[in-house]
Ligand binder design. Structure first.
Ligand code: NDP
Length: 290
């Protein structure tokens, strides 16, 4: 494509997502706070490592930072090209998306909240789900850019709707992770072989991403590879619970899960994967899931 594109934030997700862009765009700029990562990306994938001021002169600008606060601070410090479209793949806060969309509209820049799901493996294989909130025309004009990193690219509503869907998705993941930990600890306490139990459940109605993938590959294997940091999951469950409160709804399961994940995050070792949340329950039950 003749448009230029930039990717800001080459972390666990961004580094892999940006790697697909040179297959679709001639000019792909990358910027990262620790600039050596941008230089490494350029060497590895043929992107162009540039200063932030230059990256925001691209026609389409992707960002993928830990929090909405990080994105807003960054946007507040730069002059973005007029007519550009900013696609924020951070798992962020809906209210910030609405504020940024309003703020950038004045500069003739569209802002789409476009968080992703599918883990680092999905980023690597360009099979992410991209859930997009914001202006429909901006969505349509950048659909093919998002399709370079994802498989399902779905517009879900006005500004903030993408972030809202992502927060609830991750809350559901957290509920499931914690409940599978309780269920499998109970089975182990009753002397049941956990691999055999997994086989049955994965062919039955209780199966989920957690039972099919996260538990066997991360928990029962005791590997807990850190590809999605536990504090990021705690951030997401917090955003989801704020949505519940803003809607003045009761949500006892979600509130409890947010507290559990928050507690797990606070007590976990540094650089823990989200799956290591189950270690908090292991410390209560004194039963190790292996
Ligand atoms: P990482 O911690 O691996 O990467 C964060 C990136 O943001 C790094 O490039 C880091 O730069 C940069 N960064 C951090 N703070 C700032 C700042 N204040 N200003 C500028 N750059 C900054 O995070 P992930 O890639 O795992 O996650 C990014 C987002 O994607 C999060 O919102 C997360 O919730 C979401 N997400 C993560 C998934 C996963 O499986 N990991 C899956 C789906 C969504 P530096 O290298 O200099 O530290």
């Amino acid at each position: 494509m003749s448009q230029s594109v930039a990717f800001i934030g080459l972390g666990a997700m961004g580094y892999r997502m940006a790697a697909h862009l040179p297959k679709h765009f001639e000019e792909v700029y990358v910027w990262n706070r620790n600039f050596s990562k941008a230089q490494q990306h350029a060497t590895e994938y043929g992107t162009i490592a540039v200063e932030l001021a230059q990256a925001v002169q691209a026609d389409i600008i992707f960002s993928c930072l830990p929090t909405s606060a990080d994105v807003e601070a960054l946007i507040d410090g730069v002059n973005i090209k007029s007519g550009a479209i900013w696609i924020d793949c951070t798992s962020g806060v809906p209210e910030t998306a609405r504020r940024l969309a309003e703020k950038l509209k004045v500069q003739n820049v569209d802002f789409l909240d476009a968080p992703v799901s599918g883990q680092t493996i999905g980023a690597e294989n360009a099979t992410l789900t991209v859930m997009v909130g914001g202006d429909v025309s901006a969505f349509e004009r950048t659909y093919s850019a998002m399709a370079a990193v994802g498989k399902l690219i779905q517009h879900v509503g006005d500004s903030g709707a993408g972030f809202a869907v992502k927060a609830i998705n991750n809350m559901l993941l957290a509920v499931n992770l914690w409940s599978v930990a309780e269920g499998f600890t109970t089975l182990k306490a009753h002397g049941v072989n956990l691999d055999a139990a997994l086989n049955c459940i994965n062919a039955s109605s209780g199966k989920s991403l957690v039972t099919e993938n996260i538990f066997p590959q991360r928990v029962l294997s005791r590997e807990f590879p850190c590809t999605f940091a536990l504090p990021l999951l705690a951030k997401d469950t917090g955003i989801a619970l704020d949505l519940v409160h803003n809607a003045k709804l009761p949500a006892p399961i979600l509130a409890l899960t947010q507290s559990l994940i928050q507690a797990a995050s606070l007590t976990a070792e540094a650089n823990s994967d989200f799956s290591a949340a189950v270690k908090l329950y292991e410390s209560w039950s004194k039963i190790t899931l292996e």
